[in-house]
Design a protein around this ligand. Structure first.
Ligand SMILES: Nc1ncnc2c1ncn2[C@@H]1O[C@H](COP(=O)(O)OP(=O)(O)OP(=O)(O)O)[C@@H](O)[C@H]1O
Length: 357
């Protein structure tokens, strides 16, 4: 699908519903509800009256090529349901999922299996490794399923194992590895087929905090290096703001807000979102560009004002200048002025006060 700006979304999820309970579509129809056309609030109300569980209710988002899109929500909010619907491991009740403009819901079982095997890489919380197979066999497995001969699949598996930092452990069994190493095998296995969509369902939740932080950094490096389009599920807001280009916050099967980490922090749509943003160390997440004030009417910049790149984190700026510093000129990567950073905007961003709309 092409969005209004003419860009092509890699993945589109539109008006997706997943209702648990007996014969949801028939029973909703009897009550005059067509999920595709009805007002979502009416659909939800009637579904609830019928005793159905709304695991996903009217979920819509688009993911750009190369974007890391994180779905964040507390337990039971519907995150796993959504990510499973994207690959049809869970069959949606209604809605649309498109990968590169092609409907996944319209695909035959055969086509779907081919897409899953060749174009999607999936990582799960509990690693999902085969305990009786070596690291090499685990990673080569998806290639074996594709019918690729042993020499080629082992070559590719070894390359991917090296990519995730496990060179030398090819002959180990999962039980001989730490949790972090096991998840690296999970990553390698999901990447071995060279997928263009990488789906990760709470990949770090089972890891100790320190290992988790290390794996998050390595995930970011891998993601940057490989340029994959990512949909990532987490219940940890800090993890989401650290890793995401954009975050969708879910509650009771619905998306409450979608935005960049900075947008969620500076302009939370509801108190629910605001609660998550409270504990985030703002200087570590917000950048000069996020809080820059517009330049004057004719793009004037203060004469002699020191420059700072738009992508510079506030923590870095604070380490160099005092909060009482003069106004800074914010410049884009080409050095063009794009805004200004005043002591007031800086202190407002660091306090709890939100930026005026
Ligand atoms: N197979 C099922 N049958 C009935 N209800 C289900 C089923 N799977 C999920 N649900 C319900 O759907 C809702 C969303 O569940 P889901 O697992 O998607 O949430 P989640 O945000 O991923 O939670 P968690 O982080 O605990 O895994 C919950 O109320 C859950 O009980």
């Amino acid at each position: 699908m092409t969005d209004p700006t003419g860009r092509n979304a890699k993945l589109v999820c539109r008006r997706l519903w997943k209702l648990y309970g007996a014969e949801p579509l028939r029973r909703l129809r009897e009550r005059g509800i067509d999920l595709a056309a009805a007002d979502p609030a009416d659909s939800r109300r009637v579904a609830t009256e019928l005793g159905l569980i709304v695991a996903a209710g009217n979920v819509s988002f688009e993911v750009e090529p190369g974007e890391c899109f994180i779905v964040m929500g507390l337990s039971g909010s519907g995150k796993s349901t959504v990510i499973r619907c994207l690959s049809r491991l869970v069959e949606p009740t209604a809605g649309e999922v498109e990968l590169d403009g092609k409907s996944l819901l319209a695909m035959s079982e055969r086509e779907l299996i081919a897409v899953r095997r060749r174009r999607m890489g999936m990582v799960f919380q509990h690693f999902g490794l085969f305990g009786h197979q070596t690291v090499l066999e685990n990673v080569a497995f998806p290639l074996k399923v594709q019918g690729i001969g042993r020499p080629e699949r082992e070559k590719r598996a070894r390359e991917t194992i090296e990519l995730v930092g496990l060179k030398g452990r090819e002959e180990s069994y999962p039980w001989q590895l730490s949790g972090g190493q096991q998840q690296r095998v999970g990553f390698a296995r999901s990447l071995a087929v060279g997928p263009d969509l990488w789906l990760l369902d709470e990949p770090f939740s089972a890891l100790d905090p320190l290992i988790r932080r290390q794996m998050q950094t390595e995930f970011l490096n891998l993601k940057r290096m490989l340029g994959k389009t990512v949909v990532f599920i987490t219940h940890d807001f800090l993890e989401a703001v650290y890793l995401a280009d954009r975050v969708a916050i879910m509650r009771e099967g619905e998306i409450v807000q979608i935005g960049t980490p900075a947008e969620l922090m500076l302009r939370p749509a509801t108190d629910y979102v605001r609660q998550f943003t409270r504990d985030v160390p703002r200087p570590m997440v917000l950048t000069a560009g996020d809080i820059a004030e517009p330049l004057g009417g004719n793009g004037e910049i203060a004469a002699g004002a020191p420059e700072v790149r738009a992508g510079t984190r506030l923590a870095e700026i604070l380490a160099q200048v005092s909060i009482h510093a003069p106004t800074l000129t914010v410049v884009d990567p080409a050095g063009r002025p794009v805004g200004r950073l005043t002591p007031q905007s800086l202190s407002r961003a660091l306090g709890s006060a939100e930026r005026p709309a």
